[in-house]
Design a protein around this ligand. Sequence first.
Ligand SMILES: [Zn+2]
Length: 218
Amino acid sequence: MSAPDTQESKLRADLVRVMRKMAANGLNKGASGNASVRFGGGMLITPSGLAPDLMDEQGIVHVAADGSTEPGALRPSSEWEMHWRILQQRSDVDAVVHCHSRHATILACCHRPIEPVHYMVSVTGGAEVPVAPYRIFGTPELADAVVATIGEGLACLMANHGQIALGHTLDHALAVAEEVEEQAAVYYGAQILGSPHVLSDQQMKDIFLRFGGYGQNR
Ligand SMILES: [Zn+2]
């Protein structure tokens, strides 16, 4: 591997840090889950089958635009094609995070989208988090299903599998994934209590307008 430039080194370190944070925050267990970030006409992505505590910056894999990797590189995540299709389709995002967080996965196993019972679901860019149809992991068919379902949003559930979140940066994608898991947990709990009130389309439109003027960037 040629000597990485400063930007590449930073992104490799970011990928390791975000994977460890996902594990520390309970979004992932063992070697499941993966993350990628756009770089050099292709992407940098986590390696296949390595738990975050065994991952290091050198083990991060550069996948070129044609899907090739450098000689001697580790095998990229089995979901590399899903990451790359998203980055190709969505020029507005630069990072992708995928995990099997518990409540998101419970809903995904029941093919249940996260309806807007709490206004913070809007962090995912839509009024609800949809579910991509079931396809076998690591296949182009799963990549296609996820790309079609996520549309212009920042997240979707993946039937009988988990969730995927997009962002402008890896930290943004991780924040979206954390919110998806929180919203899934809230929705799951509300369903168990029974008959949760779902916010209306108009109420969610008002939320998006409100968020337009929220925060420090006025
Ligand atoms: Zn997975």
